[in-house]
Design a protein around this ligand. Structure first.
Ligand code: UD1
Length: 415
């Protein structure tokens, strides 16, 4: 492969920023929105709440001046975990919300206890009955109250949900042990652009001073660091030279550091453009997934594909989610040598992978199989592309443009 790839807007920013638009009673224009199944689904959920949306290319206009119902639709919410993160915004706007418990990728139990406890600390009555999370704010004002919230785990979604809720609460909210992911900062910047008073996003302590209402804004979301990381791995695994932009290299530090560590040269052509050079071979390494700025769990599967072809043995420890190593057995079908014990994978590097039919079990697993398939000798057929389309903006087309031999096959003629 060779050439340049344009990185799309961040999926995880787009989804929460769309939820954040619920806080505003005016027009919100969101730019750099990636074309993804999850974004479409989030749009359908907002529409079902009575919100007006209009999309043109990567620009999405949202008007939530009237939220007609506080009941989010079960069939849609259960398909997208991030939609649950909107409960804080809905309660903050309406004083009441009914949100089915979330779905999304099957990568672990993924409870919402931190979200619930945070809303309760802010004065909401929250009950979970028959799979629905019912939240309402007692009292005449219907406004949440600022609170001091300590998160047991630095959960990305809980931080975002509670930060959104706090923007319209009465008084000050302090979220301690907050997640520091760039997408949390992006959401905070979007809320600030709407007039929210938020300080400390990107650190472990976020302080929000509630305001009575937020105003219209025009906001562009950050580039997707996981999509960029996936293309870096695509370059490394196929020994290719490619450039990527726009990117924010700072957001990719743990990924760039690991690639350099195993012998893959990466240079910054300009402040928003990365250049990966072809490496003949790469060494094994150990990886532990951690909250940002540690190594991202969303890059664990792509790196497992890469390390399956490294010189030597690697150890991968997944410490964020409890069931996120299911791609190991599918990579083994392609000739990888990976053993899994608990949350740890032992990867013994092999000289070649060979094509085979494989099944994607979740979003990042799907990406890992595409990457392994690019490097494998012979033909690999990947089923379960719906997972891939949830989170990658035309990955197959972008890879094709770089010269990869990859083709989407309609289901009825798949062999
Ligand atoms: C977000 C990202 C996802 C990424 C993950 C970790 C979105 C839409 N998704 O997911 O791509 O892989 O961050 O970087 O932004 N937990 C609890 N109780 C809670 C909430 C979380 O125990 O109430 C646990 C989870 O089960 C998990 C850990 O906290 O083990 C981290 O999860 P969290 O940061 O919340 O992930 P998400 O926000 O769901």
């Amino acid at each position: 492969m060779r050439g340049h790839v344009k990185i799309s807007g961040a999926k995880n920013s787009a989804l929460v920023i769309m939820a954040g638009a619920l806080l505003c009673s005016g027009d919100c224009r969101i730019r750099n929105v990636p074309s993804l199944a999850d974004v479409k689904l989030m749009g359908q959920i907002l529409s079902a709440l009575g919100v007006h949306l209009q999309q043109q290319g990567d620009i999405l206009d949202i008007n939530a001046s009237e939220i007609k119902t506080s009941i989010a639709p079960y069939e849609l919410v259960t398909q997208l975990r991030a939609s649950f993160f909107a409960i804080g915004a809905i309660v903050a706007r309406l004083g009441v919300a009914q949100m089915p418990l979330p779905g999304g990728c099957a990568i672990g139990a993924r409870p919402v206890d931190l979200h619930v406890r945070g809303l309760q600390a802010m004065g909401a009555e929250v009950q979970i009955e028959h799979g629905i999370c019912n939240a309402y704010v007692p009292g005449r004002s219907g406004r949440l109250k600022g609170a001091r919230i300590y998160l047991d785990i630095a959960s990305v979604g809980a931080t975002e949900n509670l930060m959104m809720a706090a923007t319209l609460a009465e008084g000050e909210t302090i979220i301690e042990n907050a997640a520091r992911e760039p997408e949390v900062v992006d959401l905070a910047n979007f809320c600030i652009a709407m007039g929210a008073k938020i300080k400390g996003a990107g650190t472990s302590t976020i302080t929000i001073d509630g305001v009575p209402q937020l105003h219209s804004t025009d906001y562009s979301i950050i580039p997707d660091r996981i999509e960029a990381g996936t293309f870096l791995v695509a370059g490394a695994i196929t020994h290719s030279e490619i450039t990527l932009s726009p990117v924010i290299p700072e957001h990719l530090l743990p990924i760039i550091a690991k690639l350099r560590d195993i012998g893959v040269p990466i240079i910054e052509d300009s402040p928003d453009c990365l250049h990966i050079l072809s490496a003949e071979a790469f060494r094994a390494t150990d990886i532990e997934t951690l909250p940002y700025p540690g190594f991202p769990t969303d890059m664990q599967a792509p790196f497992m594909a890469l390390l399956s072809l490294a010189e030597g043995d690697s150890l991968i420890n997944e410490s964020v989610f409890e069931n996120r190593l299911r791609h190991a057995s599918e990579l083994n079908r392609l000739g990888a040598d990976i053993r899994v014990k608990g949350n740890t994978a032992f990867v013994r590097g092999v000289p070649i992978l060979s094509g085979a039919p494989v099944l994607a079990t979740d979003l990042r697993a799907a990406a890992a199989l595409v990457l392994a398939g690019l490097a494998a000798e012979g033909q690999t057929t990947i089923q379960g592309l719906r997972h891939l389309d949830r989170g990658y903006d035309r990955l197959d087309i972008k890879l094709q443009q770089l010269g990869a031999k990859i083709q989407r096959v309609p289901v009825d003629i798949r062999v």
